[in-house]
Design a protein around this ligand. Structure first.
Ligand code: SF4
Length: 162
């Protein structure tokens, strides 16, 4: 796993990124929280960091071989796919290029799920009906309902302003 800030280009290797990647030494300047506890079991922490940041056109085979035997591979990949800032290098056995379609698919699924929820909440909204009641009906949380209501209101106000 590796972490880049929003400004770091793929392939660059600021020392702080490696510090975070291989031990969580510093979070200064890093645009995402430190990886959670599973980092302790990261096999890459015991290996050459350079393997996980191959130069453009360089081989990723060695890093992928290491990832294949890593006990936290799934969590590592999940972390990279959910990262709010772009991450470079090999994570969970996949390169940045290989992760891109997964991120797109994940974002698409999330948008679809949110649109579904908004439609269901929209159909249930009624004066005096509390978010908790709607949440109970839909099997989600009141916070999700409130967020859905906010999105619905925003869309309506945008439509009426247009
Ligand atoms: S899957 Fe690969 S990059 Fe991720 S923690 Fe394991 S060895 Fe490191």
């Amino acid at each position: 796993m590796s972490i880049t800030t929003g400004t770091a280009r793929p392939g660059t290797r600021p020392p702080r990124i490696r510090a975070v990647r291989f031990g969580g030494v510093s979070r200064e300047g890093v645009g995402m929280p430190l990886p959670p506890g599973w980092v302790r079991d990261a096999v890459c922490a015991q290996t050459d960091p350079e393997l996980f940041f191959p130069d453009k056109g360089g081989s990723t085979a060695a890093a992928k071989r290491i990832c294949a035997g890593c006990p936290v591979r799934a969590r590592c990949l999940d972390y990279a796919l959910d990262s709010p800032v772009p991450v470079s290098g090999i994570w969970g056995g996949l390169s940045e290029k290989e992760r891109r379609p997964l991120i797109k698919a994940r974002n698409r699924a999330r948008r679809y799920a949110l649109a579904e929820l908004d439609a269901q909440v929209s159909a249930l909204i009624a004066p005096g009906l509390r978010p908790a009641a709607i949440a109970a009906e839909l099997g989600c949380t009141p916070v999700e309902v409130r967020r859905a209501v906010a999105r619905i209101k925003e869309r309506r106000s945008r439509r009426s302003a247009a």
